[in-house]
Each structure stands twice: as C-alpha cells, then as structure tokens.
Design a protein around this ligand. Structure first.
Ligand SMILES: [Fe+2]
Length: 342
C-alpha cells in the first residue's frame, strides 16, 4: 500500500514537472529575441522586390500574414512561433517559396521600439519580406524601416500590387493604372491593410457599407484580380465578390479577441501558383503554450460561458431594435458617390 502511494506521488510530480518544463520552454524563444539585433534598414521593400526579379518559371509559392503587431512580448512570442513554421514550409522541396508578404500592422503602435522588434522578425524570416502599411504603423517610421508605402512589382507570371489604404480609401487612379499593367500577366494579387468588406459581422468595422470598398470590389472584378489579401481584423476570413477571392489574414501575432470557431486564431497563408492555377492553404498555428494558458484558454472560456449563460432570458429580452449608425445606407447615391470607380 505504502509503496503504491509513493509511486502515485512520484508520477504526479513527474507530470507536473513536465508541464511546467513545457510552459517554460514555450517562453524561451523570446530571450534570444530580446538580445538579437534588427535586420538592416536596407533590407526593405525596394531591395526585396529587386531580389525577386531574377526568378523564372510559373510554379512558385509565397506566404502571407499580417497584424503581427510586434513590440509587445505576447505578440512577439506568437510571431516567433509562426516564423518557425514558415521557415519549415520549404521542407518538402517541391516548389520554391519566393517571399513573404505582410498585409500591415507590423508594429504594436508604430514606435521605434516596435519597428525594431518587427525588423528582428524580418531578420528571422529566411525569405525576402515585402510589407504593406497598416493603420498602427507610423508612416514616417515605416518608410525609414520598411521602405515604400505603395508600389507594384512583377515576378514570374504574376503582378503584385501593394496598396497603402491604412486610412481606408485607396488611391483609385494609381490602382487602376497598376491593374492595367497587371493585365499583361497571368495573375494579379493585391495586398492592403484594410479589407474592402466586413470579415466579421459582429463587429464595429463597417466596410461593407463604405463606398470605397464597394468600388474596390467592382474594380478588382473588372480587372480579374486573383486574390485581394488584407488584414486589420485579427482573424482568418475568406469571401468571394464577383469571382474575386478576398482573404483577411490578420492572425500574425496580435492577441486575438474573436472566438476561435469564428476564425479568431493565429495563422498564415501559404499560396501556390502553378501556371494558370492558384491554390492556398491556411496554416493554423496554436499559440505558444504559456500564452495558451495565460490568455487563449480564458478567451475561449469567456465566450463559452457567455453562450451558456444566456442572461437575456432572465434579466431582459433584447426587444429594443437598434438603428444603424450610418445614415442613408439604402440610398442609391450613398453607393455611387463618385469616389473612384463607378
Ligand atoms: Fe491590427
């Protein structure tokens, strides 16, 4: 009997030690990260698109992610885990992975500290990195650390347009000019920060009802854009408008507040271009164990409790009808107000 008890205690202790060791281990990548230096400023958008010029052939891959919001240790820890996985994407040696595309909000809130954290991440990513600007990235510092804010480049059989829409509406005249150039290529891809649609309807972000978003969707259809990549919402969501694939990929590191079942999870996208075909995979990455325990389990538990509790049945019946915040949503003029494309 005594011997059995001792053995049980030893097993319990051993399991506890293993769990604690795994939690500590998941935190450790942050330590060398804090002490490493950033990538040089010359490792920026302009120089990296130059590195892609020589690539030949119509069979290639690239990776897309966004909203890593680096500069805060929780986000950095998650992005490090994403990068570890991205850097393994070429292990099957089937297809070259040309570069990594970021859809903006590379920094927590645009400070020098945040940009240096992002530049460290860039150094750790083994592929060239091209980034769009997000609304949290200071414009001047973005230019200093990441380079151009708005540009387009051709590589292999595709044309990539990186749009500056951190303020919302893009420069339609410039965009249409680039789309015309893009028609010379098999595929057109657009990367920008703010999605031209609502990735999540239970949210304040209301781009379904913005004329610029409508106009952009129509313009993308007219020029046969393959995929519009965006971020801003910290989640994965795909939608199709007039045959154009729209992917919101904002799960690059920022603490995610949306329920996992609705797309609120850490991830990146791996896209494969094979001549005239384009396919992609969503790579869902579980959070570092320490963050899983301290944040993500709690987030899911809160949604679970809210759904289970259903307080409205007891304390109120939610009978009040709320008006939309924007006036004139159903007026024809609201949609065709002369912004950019008709
Ligand atoms: Fe963001």
């Amino acid at each position: 009997m005594e011997g059995k008890k001792v053995r049980m205690v030893t097993w319990k202790k051993l399991i506890m030690i293993l769990i604690v060791a795994a939690v500590v281990y998941s935190f450790l990548p942050l330590i060398p990260f804090w002490f490493m230096g950033p990538a040089p400023k010359s490792d920026n958008n302009q120089t990296n698109i130059k590195r892609l010029e020589e690539n030949k052939g119509a069979y290639f891959s690239f990776i897309v992610f966004g909203d890593n919001h680096n500069g805060l240790f929780t986000n950095d820890s998650s992005t490090l885990k994403l990068i570890w996985n991205m850097n393994r994407e070429d292990r099957f040696r089937k297809v070259p992975i040309d570069f990594v595309l970021n859809v903006g909000d590379v920094t927590l809130d645009g400070s020098e500290w945040d940009f240096k954290a992002w530049k460290k991440m860039q150094k750790l990513i083994k592929y060239p990195v091209v980034a769009a600007i997000g609304n949290h990235d200071d414009r001047k510092l973005f230019e200093k650390y990441c380079g151009s804010l708005q540009f387009a480049f051709a590589t292999r059989n595709s044309y990539f347009i990186i749009v500056d829409n951190e303020g919302g509406s893009p420069d339609f005249e410039w965009l249409e000019g680039e789309l015309k150039k893009g028609k010379e290529y098999e595929h057109i891809f657009i990367a920008m920060h703010k999605p031209p649609f609502d990735p999540y309807q239970q949210e304040w972000y209301n781009m379904d009802n913005a004329p610029w978003a409508y106009n952009l969707r129509k313009m993308c259809a007219e020029y046969d854009v393959d995929i519009v990549f965006s971020g801003h919402k910290h989640m994965f969501k795909r939608e199709e408008f007039d045959g154009v694939e729209n992917i919101c990929t904002g799960g690059g590191g920022m603490l995610i507040e949306i329920p996992e079942s609705d797309g609120g999870y850490l991830h990146y996208i791996r896209v494969m271009v094979n001549n005239d075909y384009v396919t992609y995979e969503v790579r869902k990455i579980s959070p570092p164990l320490w963050l899983h325990i301290t944040y993500y389990l709690g987030k899911e538990a809160l949604y679970w409790i809210r759904n289970w509790y259903g307080s409205g049945y007891i304390f109120g019946r939610n009978t009040k009808i709320l008006e939309p915040k924007v006036k004139g949503l159903n007026d024809y003029e609201y949609w065709f107000d002369g912004v950019g494309h008709k």
